[in-house]
Ligand binder design. Structure first.
Ligand code: ATP
Ligand code: AMO
Length: 447
C-alpha cells in the first residue's frame, strides 16, 4: 500500500516497500536512460533513481525530472531499495526507485544561494583548496538577506531544533519546581533596565517604550503572591554597537522566585536548571548536535572541576583557582561570578547587608561570555525609591511598580537568560545571528 514517510525515517528495514515522500529537489542529474535525484527534507537527504528501462517511467517523465529546478517541492512515489556498498553524499543509506513524481511547487531556476554552498564547513574549504577546487563562500549578509533558503541547511535545521529544546527544557524544569508561566506586557510606560538602550514609541499620545525585560512585572507577580514565576518572551534593546553577541530583539528566559534566607537559593536553582537543560540537549539532540558539528565543529562543554560550597564564602584557595580559571577562560566553560559592585547593577538590585558597596547579584558565564544575569531585589519601598533616584531614573514612570511593594512582599530574586546566547555558546557558534531565526541588530530590520 501507499505510505507517506519522512526522509529521516527511510532505512533498510523498508526494503521492497512502496513509499511516498515529500521533499525538495536537492540535486538532479540526468545520465543516458537514468536520472539521479537527491530529495531533501528537514536537512535529511535520500537518493532517488528514475530509469526508462523496463518502462518504469516514460521518456517524457525522465526529461521532466532531469529539468526540475533545485529547491522545488516534489512528491515521489517509489520502491525502497538497498544498493550494495555505501551511498556517498546522502544522509540515508537507501535509495528510492521512482514510479511516480509530482512537482507540487516550483522554485525559481536561479537561486541567490545554493544549499550545497551554504552547507560547507571550513574543512570542506581546506580540502577543496588542496584539490585545486573552488567553492563559493556564502557571506553572512547573503545568508541573512535570503534567510528562508539559508535556514534549510542541515546545520540551521538543527540549530533551531536545539533552540526549541532549550525553551522546552527550561519550561519543563521550572514547571516541575512549582513555577507559574506568565506573560507580561511588552508595551511599557518606562524603561526597566536604564534609558540608554530603550526603544521609545507613541502610545496613543502618551510616551511609551518596548520592554527591555520583564523585570518589573515578574517582580509584581511575586507581589501578587504567585511565589515563583517564569516567562519566555521577546526582549527589546536599542543596542548601538554592532557586536557578535547583541541583538536589538532577543528571546528572554526569565524567572523570579521567593527567597527564604539567601540569594544563593536562586543560584542553586539555576545550577540544577542548567544541568537539566545541558543534559537534556546532550541526550535528546544527539543528531542535531552532530549536524551542527559537521558544519561548525565544536568541543562539548567542559566543567571547571572546582567544587565550592554554594552556601559558604569562597576561600582564598578557590578564589585563586577561580581567578586562574577566569583568566585562562578557555580552560573552563562554565562559571559564576557574584557580589558585583552596586555601581554596575540596575537600581532594583539588593545591596549586600555586610557592605552596601556590593550587591547580592551574580552573572553566569559559558565559554568566557555572559549568558545569565540575576540578583536578589530590593523589596523595601524607601530603599527602592532612593536607589531609583540615585540611578537617575524617572520615578514617575515606575510609580505603579514601586507602589506594588507598599502592600507587603516576600523577599525575592531571579534571573534573565538570553535564549540565543545559550544556543550560541553551547554550540560555540561565535555569532548570535546564527541562533536567531530572523535577527534584528542595529543594521537589520528585515527579513
Ligand atoms: P551584556 O548584555 O552581555 O551584559 P551589556 O550590554 O549589558 O552586555 P555591559 O554589561 O555594560 O554590557 O558590558 C559589556 C561587556 O563588557 C560585559 O559583558 C563584559 O564582557 C565587558 N565588561 C564590562 N565591564 C567590564 C569590566 N569591568 N572588566 C572586564 N570586562 C568588562
Ligand atoms: P541583562 O540585561 O543582563 O539582565 O539581560 C539578561 C540576559 O539577556 C541576554 N542579553 C542579550 N541577548 C542578546 N542580545 C542582547 N542585546 C542582550 N542583552 C542581554 C544575556 C543576558 O545575560 N532584568 C535582568 C535580569 C534579572 O536580573 O532577572 C536583565 O535584563 O544572556
Amino acid at each position: 500500500g501507499r505510505k507517506w514517510i519522512k526522509v529521516s525515517q527511510l532505512d533498510q528495514e523498508l526494503k521492497g516497500q512502496t513509499v511516498l515522500v515529500r521533499g525538495r529537489v536537492h540535486a538532479v542529474r540526468g545520465k543516458g536512460k537514468m536520472a539521479f535525484l537527491v530529495v531533501r527534507e528537514s536537512g535529511y537527504t535520500v537518493q532517488c533513481l528514475a530509469s526508462i528501462a523496463e518502462n518504469i517511467v516514460s521518456k517524457q517523465m525522465l526529461k521532466f525530472i532531469s529539468g526540475l529546478n533545485k529547491e522545488s517541492i516534489i512528491d515521489v512515489e517509489g520502491e525502497v531499495s538497498v544498493p550494495p556498498g555505501e551511498i556517498a553524499g546522502t544522509s540515508q543509506q537507501v535509495e528510492i526507485q521512482i514510479r511516480k513524481l509530482f512537482c507540487v511547487s516550483k522554485a525559481l531556476p536561479s537561486l541567490p544561494l545554493t544549499l550545497e554552498d551554504a552547507s560547507r564547513s571550513e574543512l570542506d574549504f581546506e580540502k577543496a583548496e588542496k584539490e585545486g577546487k573552488q567553492y563559493v563562500k556564502v557571506g553572512q549578509d547573503t545568508r541573512l538577506n535570503n534567510r528562508v533558503l539559508d535556514l534549510r541547511t542541515p546545520c540551521n535545521q538543527a540549530v533551531f531544533r536545539v533552540q526549541s529544546h532549550v525553551s522546552m527544557l527550561f519550561r519543563e524544569y521550572l514547571v516541575s519546581e512549582d513555577f507559574v508561566e506568565v506573560h507580561t506586557p511588552k508595551l511599557m510606560a518606562g524603561a526597566s533596565e536604564g534609558g540608554s538602550s530603550v526603544f521609545t514609541l507613541d502610545y496613543k499620545g502618551q510616551p511609551a517604550c518596548l520592554a527591555q525585560s520583564p523585570q518589573l512585572h515578574k517582580q509584581m507577580g511575586i507581589c501578587a503572591d504567585f511565589g515563583r514565576v517564569f516567562e519566555i518572551g521577546p526582549v527589546f534593546r536599542a543596542e548601538n554597537s554592532f557586536t557578535h553577541r547583541h541583538l536589538c530583539e532577543f528571546t528572554g528566559l526569565d524567572l523570579e522566585m521567593e527567597i527564604k534566607e539567601h540569594y544563593f537559593e536562586v543560584i542553586d536553582l539555576l545550577d540544577k536548571l542548567f544541568v537539566h537543560i545541558f543534559d537534556g540537549l546532550n541526550s535528546k539532540c544527539k543528531k542535531e548536535l552532530e549536524a551542527i558539528n559537521q558544519q561548525y565543529p565544536f568541543e562539548p562543554l567542559k566543567e571547571a572541576g572546582t567544587i565550592v560550597d554554594p552556601m559558604g564564602d569562597l576561600n582564598t584557595e578557590s578564589e585563586k583557582k577561580l581567578g586562574q580559571l577566569v583568566k585562562d577562560k578557555y580552560d573552563t566553560d562554565f562559571y559564576i561570578l557574584h557580589r558585583y559592585p552596586l555601581a554596575v547593577r540596575p537600581f532594583y538590585t539588593m545591596p549586600c547587608a555586610d557592605d552596601p558597596r556590593y550587591t547580592n547579584s551574580f552573572d553566569v558565564f559559558i565559554r568566557g561570555e555572559e549568558i545569565i544575569s540575576g540578583a536578589q531585589r530590593v523589596h523595601d519601598v524607601d530603599l527602592l525609591t532612593k536607589r531609583a533616584i540615585e540611578c537617575g531614573i524617572d520615578v514617575k514612570s515606575l510609580s505603579t511598580y514601586i507602589d506594588s511593594f507598599r502592600y507587603g512582599v516576600v523577599p525575592h530574586g531571579g534571573l534573565g537568560v538570553g535564549l540565543e546566547r545559550v544556543v550560541m555558546l553551547f554550540c560555540a557558534l561565535g555569532n548570535i545571528r546564527k541562533t536567531s531565526m530572523f535577527p534584528r541588530d542595529p543594521q537589520r530590520l528585515t527579513p
